[in-house]
Design a protein around this ligand. Structure first.
Ligand code: KG4
Ligand code: ZN
Length: 352
């Protein structure tokens, strides 16, 4: 793709067809992670810095948008400086060697997005380089290009706090959502169920850990009955609520936390696997990837990786590229995965 620099209007070719090494610096600040990274040619991570706000929000049991935005403001310059420092140390790069600057545009918390996006735009203006706006969900998918040789076409399962989608990735820039949740996202269901059984924020990873010690067959929970490749998790959430009430009313026994977690995790992961298999069979693809914060889940990973025994190639980013980070944003900018190239692009909270 050809993008123009901002002051001198010089055309710059970016992406696999450019014929020279691209170094893209990206900033991510859509929720509670302030992140900056520099990636060479969409795959090789030169610098990767993430400042997490988990400790701050844990006190409140969830992300408080106004506090998150203020924390981004405190951290943004620090993560940018550290990324430049790592790039110098790891590859001898100077800020003027950056090919283009990228920033997450949405979906996310508006006040948070504004901090990172304005920093990315400012860097592009300062160094007179192209600016590339990135969609956070596409970036999660591109986390799979980091340190791998994955090439489209493939089937993708995107599971995060706000989204649950099956995406047919036909090429780097062409993708189609072929299944999604009609109510709660998987991460949302994890966090709600975790709260219900009294686990502290962030509940998803804690529930996952406890589930590994429990019996997945202890309680039968209902899979959402939805046609085709769509999902529904709200019925499951209600069933867990009912089960928890019933178990708690029995004061003769200790509450079986690990078994409840394992049964919930079993139900969610087998539903996801079933639909992904269906999508793979329909498409004829032999590659599948998982992405998004919930792709860090041990049982979902295990079930999807089991598809290797059926001849599929399976990709899942390492943990550090599953949760929010900026390396995936840089990769998305390089591969031009539905990017925005106008410096005037505005942040957005939801997928339009
Ligand atoms: O993608 P992400 O970092 O943020 C967005 O939603 O964009 O995903 C965060 C979600 C949270 O709901 C969190 O509880 C969930 O991912 N999560 C997990 C695990 N690690 C993170 N859920 C289940 N098991 C995990 N190991
Ligand atoms: Zn995310």
């Amino acid at each position: 793709m050809i993008k123009n620099t901002l002051f001198t209007n010089k055309p710059v070719t970016i992406g696999p067809e450019s014929g020279y090494d691209n170094y893209i610096m990206a900033i991510e600040s859509s929720c509670d992670e302030t992140a900056c990274a520099i990636v060479k040619n969409g795959r090789e991570v030169i610098a990767n810095v993430v400042a997490s706000q988990i400790k701050t929000h844990a006190k409140f049991g969830g992300v408080i948008p106004e506090i998150a935005a203020r924390e981004h403001m405190d951290s943004i310059n620090i993560v940018i400086d550290e990324a430049f420092r790592q790039a110098k140390e790891n590859a001898g790069l100077n800020p003027s060697d950056i090919t283009a600057f990228a920033g997450t545009v949405g979906p996310g918390l508006v006040g948070c997005l504004l901090v990172g996006l304005n920093a990315a735009k400012t860097l592009a203006l300062t160094y007179d380089k192209p600016f590339i706006g990135v969609n956070h969900l596409n970036a999660h998918l591109c986390g799979n290009y980091l340190d791998t040789d994955l090439k489209p076409p493939f089937m993708a399962l995107l599971v995060s706090g706000g989204h649950t989608q099956i995406i047919d990735v036909k090429s780097y820039s062409e993708q189609r959502i072929i299944g999604e949740t009609i109510d709660d996202a998987v991460g949302e269901a994890y966090d709600k169920v975790a709260r219900l059984i009294g686990l502290p924020y962030p509940g998803g990873p804690k529930l996952d850990k406890l589930a590994q010690e429990g019996n997945p067959k202890a309680y039968r929970l209902p899979e959402g009955k939805v046609e085709g490749l769509n999902f529904s998790f709200s019925g499951l959430k209600t069933a867990v609520l009912r089960l928890v009430k019933e178990l708690k009313s029995n004061t003769d026994m200790e509450f079986p936390t690990a078994d409840v977690c394992a049964s919930f995790q079993e139900c969610v992961s087998s539903t996801l696997l079933k639909k992904v298999k269906k999508a793979l069979e329909n498409s004829g693809y032999n590659q599948v990837v998982i992405a998004g914060g919930v792709a860090a889940n041990s049982e979902i990973r295990r079930k999807i990786f089991n598809l290797e025994n059926e001849g599929y190639k399976v990709f899942a980013p390492p943990m550090k590229y599953c949760t929010d980070n900026a390396a995936m944003v840089a990769s998305c900018a390089y591969f031009n995965t539905n990017t925005f190239d106008d410096i005037n692009v505005e942040v957005f909270s939801r997928v339009k």
